[in-house]
Design a protein around this ligand. Sequence first.
Ligand SMILES: NC(=O)C1=CN([C@@H]2O[C@H](COP(=O)(O)OP(=O)(O)OC[C@H]3O[C@@H](n4cnc5c(N)ncnc54)[C@H](O)[C@@H]3O)[C@@H](O)[C@H]2O)C=CC1
Ligand SMILES: CC(=O)[C@H](N)C(=O)O
Length: 341
Amino acid sequence: MLFFRQSRALATSFRTLATTATHPADVAKPRILVTGSLGQLGIGLVSLLRQKYGNENVIASDIRKPSPEIKAQGPYVFADVLNMQQLETIVVDNDINWIVNLSALLSAVGEQNIDKALAINMTGFTNTLELARRHQLRIMCPSTIGAFGPTTPRDLTPDLTIMRPTTVYGITKVHVELMGEYYAKRFGVDFRSLRYPGIISSDTEPGGGTTDYAVQIFHSALKEKSYKCYLGPETSLPMMYLPDCLEGTVDFLAAPNHLLKQRTYNMAAFSFNPREIAAKIKERIPEFEMTYAPDFRQAIADSWPKSLDDSKARQDWGWKNKFDLDAMTDDMLTALKSHHK
Ligand SMILES: NC(=O)C1=CN([C@@H]2O[C@H](COP(=O)(O)OP(=O)(O)OC[C@H]3O[C@@H](n4cnc5c(N)ncnc54)[C@H](O)[C@@H]3O)[C@@H](O)[C@H]2O)C=CC1
Ligand SMILES: CC(=O)[C@H](N)C(=O)O
């Protein structure tokens, strides 16, 4: 009798989201907690989520003190993803339905701080995933092109392929994907992840990745008319402009479960190498000169895909980028010129 009850309970806990008609997190007006919200992506994502769901329904959080402008925009709390009890208090006290975990150490800084990267990217993520199980939340945690490795096919890399990353960052992101998918299958957790390419932004600084050069080059082009690039001229990588990344993420978060045929999707826009982006900038700032001094980040970039196949994201939940390389270059230069002024 006991065995019968236990196996019935086990069968229920192994249900997949595909067979679940509705999930408790399918709510029209979700209350959302964003962790790591003061980083390159978080500030814009919180702002877009607030436009869609209301200021008071999006709780921004990080372990740093926000600027007065950020604090004035809506609720902000201190939240360390390594402190499970504190996170759970925030989730319960604020009646949270969705959690977006942006807390991470990126690829370059992760190589210099292995223990910290493992803690934030793995233990921190596992804490939020466990909270999603306990409190029936939707959870979104980004993955990255860094989850692939040197043995992955490098052109038009598909969603499902060889994943043997050679950075601690990449290893932690494979952990995110696999544990999230395991919790989805085993416990019905509404886990979602997007493999972002390098993100280029005008308003926020990148946090220590291998693709940061693609932001720094614009600042240097305007200020110094030159840039010394830490990657070689032919190092092609997938990239995306922040507004596309944010809109795609908000759409993906809102996508009904029945549209999602998988829990992790590639997301792409365009690819370029340092020589090509330098040429685009030079078309617009003729005095601009680029020099090259590859450092340890070269080996990281060489282990990543040159381009991604994101056709599944386009088919399943309607992902579409608006900005191509030229449109992004024009918009970056216009935005930065006004900031610099
Ligand atoms: N920016 C990019 O080009 C890409 C980002 N991603 C992913 O997107 C997510 C967000 O990335 P970014 O905004 O660029 O990162 P970021 O490095 O700019 O921001 C990360 C934030 O996490 C916070 N943080 C650090 N330790 C924490 C802790 N213990 N508890 C709570 N927060 C903590 C930091 O204070 C920081 O504000 C990450 O998961 C990253 O892996 C993926 C691919 C590309
Ligand atoms: C592509 C990423 O995940 C990030 N920008 C990094 O370079 O580490």
